[in-house]
Design a protein around this ligand. Sequence first.
Ligand code: 8YV
Length: 315
Amino acid sequence: MSTIEILQVGPYPAWDEERLNANFTMHRYFEASDKADFLKEHGNGIRGIATRGELGANRAMIDALPNLEVISVYGVGFDAVDLNAARERGIRVTNTPDVLTKDVADLGVAMLLAQARGVIGGESWVKSGNWASKGLYPLKSRVHGKSVGVLGLGRIGFEVAKRLAGFDMDIAYSDTGPKDFAKDWTFIADTVELAARSDFLFVTLAASAETRHIVGSKVIEALGPEGMLINISRASNIDEEALLDALESKKLGSAALDVFEGEPKLNPRFLALDNVLLQPHMASGTVETRKAMGALVFENLSAHFTGRPLPTPVL
Ligand code: 8YV
């Protein structure tokens, strides 16, 4: 184990923690009962942060670590890292792009199919005995051939659209501008217009201050009582109160969500709904992908502390 001290902000699978513990002195922040005292005790010695996409590293944490050099994020989303605080001190930031793209897209499509076709409810219908006692399961909605909007045609949004092309769908997308690689799909600059022409709307935007609540009441109402919203990005891209109001009033037909404000303690209003599919932020949650993510977290830290180029730098 080296003397290089790392603040571990959240848990990792055993295979990752074994490797990190063998190479660094790891301080398990997430297990500390008094986190402020923990940072006071260890802060001066800590040179790196190993965090998770949804946990990040805020300014208070960064400021508590006067000798911090690098922040390694287990995830592609670095919106929870205060980049300005890092930039002011020349602190490097890394993430784990690409290795998770296709798994996240896979789950997004699975969520669409599961919600539209009632897969979860169908299993409950069988296991509850309703099939025998109440008869046929209620009819659900077709997916293939319908219109889909992809809000954010980055790596994940592209993989979602590519998958849905296989379902013969009418695909449109919104982004900062039309993409040369998406000539078969329709570019629509306005998010409300994109929602209005979509049966299903995927939110696959990288989260930032600029995208906060980009899906608000106008977009949600444009998607409408037959529409479905699928979010595999960050909760902050959606006005969650407006979403809950629309789902409760049926102004929005349904939603399939993998991310939530305050997760894992999501708004209890979600739990009372029968028109939403809830997933525990698991879009990249396969053994294969998480092993690749953990390897990148380690490789970025290792590269930094041995003076080699960072594999996947953000800053
Ligand atoms: C990860 C994510 O599961 O990549 C991201 O930004 O949110 C997810 O893919 C998460 O960061 C792991 O903690």
